[in-house]
Write a protein that binds this ligand. Structure first.
Ligand SMILES: [Zn+2]
Length: 380
C-alpha cells in the first residue's frame, strides 16, 4: 500500500493500541506517519496505520511474516497460527475464538486489501508492544530473543519514520480549478455501457458512486467501470432514506455491504462514499464519526446537474452545469459534477464533455488520497 495514501487516509496523532498508553508527541502538521511493524527480532516492511486508536496491518502481509494460514470459510476467514486459531466473522462480526467467545474486531477494506487490528495477534498467542517515543510497534512470540529495550536500541535508525516530501499535497493533476471530476450516482444501470462508450470516445474518466442492489443486477457493467479505470465509489444499498439514515450503524452497514459486492465484482473495494441525497442534512456528525473512522472518505459535489429533474431537457442541464463550472473558475476550485447513471444523461453528456475540453479542462478520477469535497467540510 502506498505510504502517501496511508498517511492521508488516516487520522492525525500517534494513537494508542487497545489499552496501551497514548503517545505524547503528535507529528508536525497533524499528519502522522505510519509505523514500520517490528516482527519478532527484526523490522518488517509492513506498515501499520492508526485508525481510531488502533493500529491496523494488512492481514495477508502479517500472515506471511508470522507463518499464519488464512482460509476462507462460509462465514468468515479462518486465521491459524502458533497452535491457535480464530475465525474472523464476515461483516465485521468480530473474532470467534476457539472457546466459543466472540471479541469485537473491526476490519477495514483498503483497495482490496483487508486490514486487521494488530491486537488480533494477541488472540493467537503473541504479544504486542507499543512504545510511541521509540516508534516501536512490535508483535512477538516466545521465540523472540531481544527484549523491547534492546530491540528499540538496535533498530533505532530504522524505526524512526522518514518525513514524506509529498504528504499533504492533493493527488490532482494540473492547476487548481482546471480539473473536472465527473461523478455518476445510482448506477450501474441498463445504460451504463453506453455511458462508458461516450466517456471512452472522449478519453475521459469519471467516478461512479454505485448502489449495491444495482451492482448485483449489472455485474458486467461494474467490471467494465473498473477495467476502464474509472473511480469507484459507494452509494449504499437501498437508497431509501428511512432505512439508510435509520442509524449510523445502518448507514455503515449499507456501505460495507455495497463494498463487499464491489470487491467481489471488481476485485477491489473502495474508500469513497456518497450517501443517498448527499450528506446534508442527514449525514450528521454521529453518522460521519461512525462511518469515516472506518477509513471511508465522504464526497458530495459542488456542481449539481439536476439531470434527474430535467431529464431530457438537455439545454437546461447544459446551461446550468456550465454556469456553475464558470462560477467555480473564479475561485480556482475544481468542479465536482453530480450526474446520474440514467438514460437521459446520455443526451447531454457529449455536449458537456466537448465544451469542458474546449475550455481546457482535464478530467480526473477521485481517489482516497484526495481531500474530500463535502458539504460538512469534513476532511477525513
Ligand atoms: Zn442517488
Amino acid at each position: 500500500m502506498p505510504i502517501k495514501k496511508v498517511m492521508l487516509l488516516f487520522l492525525s496523532l500517534y494513537l494508542l493500541l487497545g489499552t496501551l498508553t497514548p503517545a505524547a508527541g503528535a507529528a508536525a502538521g497533524g499528519v502522522s506517519p505510519s509505523l514500520k511493524l517490528a516482527v519478532e527480532d527484526s523490522v518488517s516492511e509492513i506498515r501499520a496505520v492508526s485508525i481510531h486508536n488502533t493500529y491496523y496491518v494488512p492481514l495477508r502481509s502479517l500472515s506471511d511474516a508470522l507463518g499464519w494460514r488464512i482460509t476462507g470459510q462460509k462465514n468468515g476467514i479462518q486465521v491459524a497460527g502458533n497452535s491457535r486459531s480464530l475465525l474472523l466473522l464476515s461483516n465485521n462480526g468480530g473474532a470467534l475464538l476457539k472457546d466459543g467467545t466472540t471479541v469485537p474486531m473491526n476490519t477495514v477494506l483498503d483497495n482490496g486489501s483487508l486490514l486487521i487490528p494488530l491486537k488480533l495477534s494477541i488472540y493467537l498467542g503473541y504479544s504486542v508492544s507499543y512504545e510511541p517515543d521509540k516508534y516501536l510497534l512490535r508483535v512477538w512470540s516466545g521465540a523472540a530473543k531481544l527484549d523491547n529495550a534492546a530491540f528499540a536500541e538496535k533498530f533505532k535508525a530504522e524505526l524512526k519514520p522518514k518525513p514524506s516530501p509529498d504528504a499533504g499535497t492533493a493527488a490532482s493533476s494540473g492547476k487548481p480549478g482546471q480539473t473536472v471530476y465527473l461523478t455518476f450516482d445510482d448506477g450501474p444501470s441498463a445504460t451504463t455501457t453506453q455511458l462508458l462508450d461516450q466517456l471512452g470516445k472522449h478519453g475521459v474518466r469519471a467516478s461512479f458512486f454505485m448502489l449495491g442492489q444495482h451492482m448485483r443486477q449489472y455485474p458486467a457493467q461494474v467490471k467494465r467501470i473498473a477495467a476502464d479505470g474509472h473511480g469507484l465509489g459507494l452509494h449504499g444499498m437501498t437508497h431509501v432514506k428511512d432505512k439508510f439514515y435509520a442509524s449510523p450503524a445502518a448507514a455503515l452497514q449499507e456501505m460495507e455491504d455495497a463494498n463487499a459486492i464491489l470487491t467481489k465484482l471488481a476485485g477491489k473495494g473502495t474508500t469513497l462514499i456518497r450517501p443517498p441525497y448527499g450528506s446534508k442534512p442527514y449525514f450528521t456528525r454521529s453518522f460521519r464519526d461512525k462511518v469515516l473512522v472506518q477509513g471511508y472518505h465522504l464526497w458530495d459535489w459542488n456542481v449539481d446537474s439536476e439531470d434527474w429533474k430535467y431529464k431530457e431537457d438537455s439545454a437546461t442541464i447544459y446551461n446550468s452545469v456550465m454556469a456553475q463550472v464558470h462560477k467555480l473558475k473564479s475561485s480556482k476550485t475544481d468542479p465536482v459534477i453530480l450526474m446520474h447513471d440514467q438514460k437521459a444523461t446520455l443526451l447531454v453528456l457529449p455536449r458537456i464533455l466537448d465544451e469542458l475540453k474546449k475550455e481546457g479542462y482535464s478530467f480526473g478520477v477521485i481517489t482516497g488520497s484526495m481531500t474530500p469535497v463535502n458539504f460538512w467540510k469534513d476532511k477525513r
